[in-house]
Write a protein that binds this ligand. Sequence first.
Ligand code: NAD
Length: 318
Amino acid sequence: MAEKILITPKSFKNYKENAHKLLQEHGYEIIENNFGRTLTEEEIIEIAQDNVVGIIIGVDPLPANVLNQCKSLRAISKYGVGMDNIDLKRAAELGILVKNAVGTNSISVAEHAIGLMFASARHLPTVAAGTKAYGWERSIGFELTNKKLGLIGGGQIGKEVAKRAVGLGMKVTIYDPFFNDHEFLEKYGIQIEQDLTDVLKESDIISLHLPVTEQTKGLINEETLKLMKPTAILINTSRGELVDERALYDALVNNEIAVAAQDVYSSEPPKHGDPLVALPNFILTPHIGAFTQEAVERMAMVSTENLIELLAQREVVK
Ligand code: NAD
């Protein structure tokens, strides 16, 4: 029986031609996600019984109980960067190789983060909706030039945001305990700050570009929100779990910060009637950071190449 590859991301379909060709040349049969949405744990388990040796995964869940039941699975290739939907520890224990598509979507996410900064500074969602409804309500905004931008996380995406922000004349500081690219800091005139508290206190705009882990979950909470300026803008294009959304709701209602703009959420889409979503100073986009033609094309090809490479490594290990 031919070995099979399950491909779950919906947007993969738009650029599948070359990727499918490559997989077929290597003798693999392809199972596409025909549900038109993220797969459930049960669906993944059921499909995987059909001799699935590799998965190209989007944001669909791969916790330990799913991995345990995917008996033929040898490799997982992440279509994108964030691997928080995969139990990496269990995968390693089971000998399942995992790799992500590093850097394929950094520019797209960085551009979206910058877009959210402009949207927040000029109240774009509210004024655009008002004008479309034949209103002429002009709320006063502010310039990004000369404002202090605090980046929490200075990896692939954080650096792309930093470069663009410097180009806009912003004063950029990075907080990232693992950052070591000093050449980059010098080249772009960017500060590195060792103390998160100082970055939160001093920044006009705070943008999150770090992974969600046990240590970073709820990094933005009641306590850290209180450190921010009442005029501060919080941008989150990373992961919903980095922010305690109850605390964010309180901070926005009580004007402890001015605006929050997120591309990600603890539940995607958010639950109907969620009070945070209804707030006028809360901007939310539907996880479109990496959703550009360029990034999707790169993610499709790189995740396919990565999977083939991982499966070839498995052959060597055998
Ligand atoms: P990356 O691994 O290149 O960079 C992450 C950086 O975070 C690293 O430099 C790391 O040292 C730093 N970091 C780790 N722990 C930290 C901490 N406690 N405090 C401060 N910094 C810390 O990853 P990336 O490609 O830049 O991605 C960043 C985030 O963006 C991830 O959470 C990813 O899931 C998310 N993302 C979102 C989208 C989207 O569509 N919105 C797309 C791609 C990635």
